[in-house]
Design a protein around this ligand. Sequence first.
Ligand SMILES: NC(=O)c1ccc[n+]([C@@H]2O[C@H](COP(=O)([O-])OP(=O)(O)OC[C@H]3O[C@@H](n4cnc5c(N)ncnc54)[C@H](OP(=O)(O)O)[C@@H]3O)[C@@H](O)[C@H]2O)c1
Length: 244
Amino acid sequence: MKSVLITGANRGLGLGMVKYLTKQNKAENIFATCRTPSDELKQLAQENKNLHILNLDLTNLNSFGDVVPKISQVMGDQGLNLLVNNAGISTKFTKLQLVKSEQLLENLTVNTVAPIMLTKALLPVLKQAADKHSDRPVGAERAAVINLSSILGSIEKNDQGGFYPYRCSKAALNAATKSMSLDLKKDSILVACIHPGWVKTDMGGKNAPLDVETSVQGMLDTILQLKEGDSGKFLQFDGTELPW
Ligand SMILES: NC(=O)c1ccc[n+]([C@@H]2O[C@H](COP(=O)([O-])OP(=O)(O)OC[C@H]3O[C@@H](n4cnc5c(N)ncnc54)[C@H](OP(=O)(O)O)[C@@H]3O)[C@@H](O)[C@H]2O)c1
């Protein structure tokens, strides 16, 4: 793959993906976006000249268009092969009696509105990649958008209740993923959403059963194997299909 852009790349699963991709030499150019680069990400960028750190606050919706020229500066007319909408937030203490409208709106902004608007902003470079690499099958090697969802966004799997801001924002992201997969089919851009498993990160907490490396390896192996018929699916990190 010639290029990939990952949001929220300073820590957690986003940083894990950057580490994996640099180590495995899976992408010729990696665009790692974040609000503030961590020391680890800065160190990786020093060691890997194909890793480009871009500043991006996902609540600053009007800034998304600025990313396109930065990609083109590096990629020329090759476009962007893979967009991973990874960054996300999860507000705690959100049982029905406690939930606040601000929490619902904040989760929707970062987890749903931002991935939709960033995908919209990056469509020119995604389409460019799809056209430029028309000799390759539909998938991440050509052009694809992967949205980091969660099993908590599955309506069918909800047997615990609560988590209003997070569940609603991820269920909405799932709905957006399905629409995007249909809308972008004619452009040969694959779109799918993926649940990373319950992973030891700041969000997942230390009791999570999976480490970042296992989840990331599973997700990237799955993502890189996706084919045209997988567009519009809700998958787990290991490739298992999940119910909406
Ligand atoms: N860990 C799990 O068990 C789990 C399970 C299911 C789904 N997921 C999903 O996986 C994705 C990654 O989660 P994670 O576990 O890696 O979470 P994390 O460790 O909490 O990291 C979240 C990332 O999102 C970024 N972010 C949050 N708000 C942002 C904003 N306004 N603008 C730019 N970046 C922003 C953070 O950047 P800052 O450092 O600037 O805040 C950070 O890089 C999320 O979409 C999450 O919902 C995780």
